[in-house]
Every structure is written in C-alpha cells, then in structure tokens.
Design a protein around this ligand. Structure first.
Ligand code: EPU
Length: 322
C-alpha cells in the first residue's frame, strides 16, 4: 500500500487522469494558497484590525511567519492576479464596507517584531509596534523617535508614510530600509537614495521588511520628560479616546487642514455615525453603528466645503481600501 502511494506521488501530474487533473486545477483556482493553510484565512473581517473598527472583510488574509512564506504568498498573488494590500496596526486606514477583494498581508509574527540594539543603532523589523519601540529606546537612553509619541502604528507603516507631526518625522532617523517587491526580490535602500517627504517616501516596493535607525544618546529621564510633553500635547488637542484614524487630510503647504475645516464651520457636522471632531476638525470620529460609507460621504462634503471657501483641495492622509 505504502509503496504504491509513494510511487503515484513521485509521478506527479503524469500519473493523473485528465479528470483528476481538472479537479486539482479547479481547486487551485478556488484557493491559490493551497499548502499555506496555516497562514491564510478566507473572508477575514478587517474591522477588528483597524482603529476605526469599521469596514468589510478581506477575501484573503495572510500572516506569513518568515521571509520564505512571505515570498511564496506574494508570488502566488502575482501568478493569480490578486491585488496585494499590507496592513500595519490599521491606525491610518479606512476599509470600505464591501471589504477588499484581494490579499491582505499582516506581518505580526515574532520574526517581524525583532529589535536589535548596537550602540546608537537600532535595527527593527517592520511589524514592531512604534509606541513600544519608543518606550524601549527611551529606557536605553536613545533619543530621536520620541517625536512620534502617541502616533500609533507599526515601524513598517510609519516608514511607508513617514509618520510624524510637529516634533519630527521618522524619516530623519532612518539610515536604511529593507524591502521586498511582489516577485519576492529583496533589496536594501540606503540613506543616500531615500527621500522622506511630508507623509511620503520614495519607496515603491510593496513590502517594507525592516529599518535601521541612528539615534542620539541622551539622558533617559530627559527623553522621558520630552515624550510625556508630546503625549500631553496630543491628549489636549486630539480626540484620543474616540474611534478615529488620525488626521484625515494632509496639511496643505504652510496651512493646517484642521484649521481650514474648523473655519468652514464643520466641527460637529455629522453623516450617519461619522462626525467631524469638536476637539480637532481634522479627525473624523466613528460613533457606534458608523459605516465606512458615512465616513466617505463626510470626507466628500468636507472637501467640497473647504474648496468652496478657500479653493484648496484637501488630500487624504488616510489610506482608503480598496
Ligand atoms: N486648529 C484649529 N482647529 C482645529 C484643529 C487645529 O484651528 O480644529 C489649528 C490649531 O490651533 C493650530 C493649527 O491648526 O494652530 C495646527 O493644529 P495642530 O497643532 O493640532 O497640528 P496639525 O497640523 O493639525 C499635525 C499632524 C498630526 C500631529 C500633530 C502634532 C498632520 C496632518 N497632522 O496636526 O498628525 O499629531 O501635528 O504633532 O500632519 C496624523 O498624522 O494622523 C496626525 C494626527
């Protein structure tokens, strides 16, 4: 018995009847991730993975545990024309109510959360939580990224968007970024060819795998004091205890999107369960029962009103899927 089973295995497709082959191919078209079952789920609700807690499911949800699995899964997406999305902590993300007809990758296994300290240099994998990293670097007496205190996200998401605020951006501390394209090719981007602009970078590769940062040695108490001040500023000016996805719009050059929306008289303006925050007008708060569509409609109205008043087009800072 065992022998015959082995011999038919080793024959591969050659030993299959056309009927068997057809049914295998049919299965493959149904599930392009056959063999990756441990890291794939189908029709996975995305709302729990976002700060907004709204939006529909992902057709495929993948949590590769290492580079090999990531390469394998990404290549299968390419072969099967499946659009790829990469999820961080979902803090700056609005998923549409119909969800995403594609593959959503989440790099949250241990491998993607490694951090290595070597003097002033910190090597960190993309899935590491930025706020936890800040607390660690403060304790290690390394200053710089505390400017990101209170900005939720993973290191990968932070690098992708050049996360920051008035105290500084992550890009200022990055010396290299490890990336992978959709074909599974690995690259290292170094400081001399990296450009970090306001909430953007020139990294085009789909996957950010990790980053290396150069920080400044400083007294841990002094860095902690600064971290707390930045936190207090955020707590006093932003609706932190609500469901939101951070600032909805980028600041137009030299201006504040929040101030423009405020001046258009939109604080407290509602569509369904979505409301322009009374505390900071660049935040759209999702109340219980809010739909992604409510937020989208509100975004459209805000843009129209601000354009009518100032002839300024507000550009979204938040990622909107699909
Ligand atoms: N303002 C108003 N009304 C409002 C909100 C703000 O008049 O409703 C005024 C403020 O009084 C201030 C100016 O607008 O004079 C700027 O506001 P703020 O100081 O709050 O900063 P911001 O430019 O709105 C930026 C980042 C935030 C970051 C803060 C603090 C953007 C789009 N926003 O906000 O980042 O937390 O600085 O560093 O760059 C985010 O990226 O998600 C985010 C929230």
């Amino acid at each position: 018995m065992a022998v015959s089973a082995m011999s038919s295995e080793s024959q591969g497709n050659m030993g299959e009847t056309p009927m068997l082959l057809k049914s295998r191919m049919h299965l493959a078209t149904q599930n392009p991730f056959v063999g990756l079952d441990e890291i794939v789920t189908e029709n996975q609700p995305l709302a729990p993975h976002t700060w907004y807690k709204i939006g529909g499911p992902a057709r495929w949800f993948l949590r590769p545990r290492n580079v090999d699995e990531l390469q394998d899964a990404a290549r299968r997406c390419v072969e099967n024309d499946i659009p790829i999305y990469v999820l961080g902590l979902g803090a700056n993300l609005l998923v549409g109510d119909n969800g995403v007809n594609g593959a959503v990758f989440r790099l949250d296994a241990d491998h993607w959360r490694r951090v290595k300290y070597d003097g002033n240099t910190v090597e960190v994998a993309a899935g590491a939580d930025m706020q936890k990293l800040i607390l660690r670097t403060v304790r290690e007496g390394l200053a710089g990224i505390e400017c990101l205190a209170g900005i939720p996200g993973t290191v990968g998401g932070g690098v992708r968007m050049n996360a920051g605020g008035k105290y500084g951006d992550i890009g200022a501390f990055i010396t290299s970024v490890q990336v992978m394209d959709v074909t599974g090719m690995l690259f290292e981007r170094t400081k001399d060819d990296l450009v970090f602009d306001y909430r953007s970078t020139n990294i085009s590769a789909k996957f950010i795998l990790g980053a290396t940062m150069e920080l400044e040695p400083d007294d841990p108490d002094r860095i902690m004091k600064r971290t707390k001040e930045i936190w207090m500023f955020k707590r006093n000016t932003q609706p932190l205890n609500t469901k939101n996805c951070g600032c909805m719009f980028k600041n137009p050059r030299g201006l504040s999107a929040g101030a423009l929306i405020d001046q258009a008289g939109l604080k407290g303006f509602k569509v369904g369960g979505a409301e322009v925050s009374e505390k900071h007008a660049n935040f759209i708060v999702a109340h219980p029962g809010c739909k992604a569509d409510d937020v989208m409609k509100l975004v459209k109205i805000i843009r129209e009103k601000v354009f009518d008043k100032n002839e300024i087009h507000l550009e979204s800072e938040v990622q909107i899927w699909p």
